[in-house]
Design a protein around this ligand. Structure first.
Ligand code: ZN
Length: 273
């Protein structure tokens, strides 16, 4: 919207309106906020830019998850206004129809952290398909056992699983412990200069040398804050974007995480303030 030159009234800005509609559609299609933030940034779309009364250009910041959330929940796009916590019909034209708006709100609610219906997969395997047994160089599959009404989740070496426990010294690992170790390691890279150098080298080798070291360090150090805001489904998507493989060695207990360069760049963009 632009403010009409006569004062007060909002008039639809066609280019902005098309982007806003595309963002609402994209969210319904992708199902969660993070992929939309990445896509919007990839297209180079920023928050609205305008000229202030003093003639300065303001706005135009990159999209982040909280900013996208604000956009999707802003009643102004439905032609309404919020005043002292209540919603009233506005005098301006709607950009987003009521049906789309309500679908988006319902989806945001379903994806909110703590909503059990949004569990990432049946038993919450965060690293499904990414764990490898360091001893046998084969995948580790997610499995579980139930004891006294409690669920115990594991990642089991495929070789040990198929050919017997004697075939592998790594065998299996507690899934919640391994998942926690991976999250700790992502956060730890930002504080460990040696690990950070290794990640930077990897970024450079895969053509992402333009990402500043300081941004990578900060994005990884502040990983916790972002992580806690995410729904389980978004956590799984973020891990998939960031981590290529997790290799586990049962004899030494060593967890080796190999990162995806594109995912690290994406994380930097997501956390840009
Ligand atoms: Zn094995």
């Amino acid at each position: 919207y632009d403010v009409h030159s006569d004062g007060g009234a909002l008039v639809v800005n066609a280019e902005e309106a098309a982007r806003v509609r595309a963002i609402f559609e994209m969210y319904l299609e992708r199902g969660s906020l993070l992929p939309v933030v990445s896509e919007v940034n990839r297209r180079g779309w920023t928050l609205k830019r305008w000229t202030s009364r003093e003639g300065k250009m303001v706005g135009g910041k990159p999209f982040t998850r909280p900013r996208l959330h604000l956009l999707l929940t802003n009643v102004i796009y439905t032609g309404q206004v919020r005043h002292r916590g209540e919603i009233f019909p506005g005098e301006h034209e709607a950009i987003v129809d009521r049906e789309t708006w309500e679908k988006v709100l319902a989806q945001l609610k379903a994806n909110a952290p703590g909503n059990t219906r949004s569990l990432r997969n049946k038993h919450g395997a965060l690293l499904k398909g990414t764990v490898r047994c360091a001893t046998c160089n084969v995948g580790m599959v997610h499995t579980y056992t139930q004891k006294d009404a409690r669920l115990y989740r594991y990642y089991v070496c495929v070789k040990a699983h198929q050919r017997g426990w004697t075939q592998c010294s790594t065998r299996s690992v507690s899934a919640p412990e391994l998942e926690q170790a991976v999250v700790d390691q992502i956060r730890g890279v930002g504080r460990n200069p040696m690990m950070l150098t290794a990640v930077m080298k990897h970024l450079e080798e895969s053509g992402f040398g333009d990402v500043p070291r300081e941004d990578v360090a900060r994005a990884l150090r502040e990983f916790d804050g972002l992580w806690r805001q995410l729904s389980p489904r978004e956590q799984e998507q973020l891990i998939k974007a960031l981590v290529e493989t997790v290799s586990y060695d049962g004899q030494t207990g060593m967890v080796t995480v190999s990162f995806r360069s594109a995912g690290i760049k994406q994380l930097c963009l997501l956390q840009e303030a």
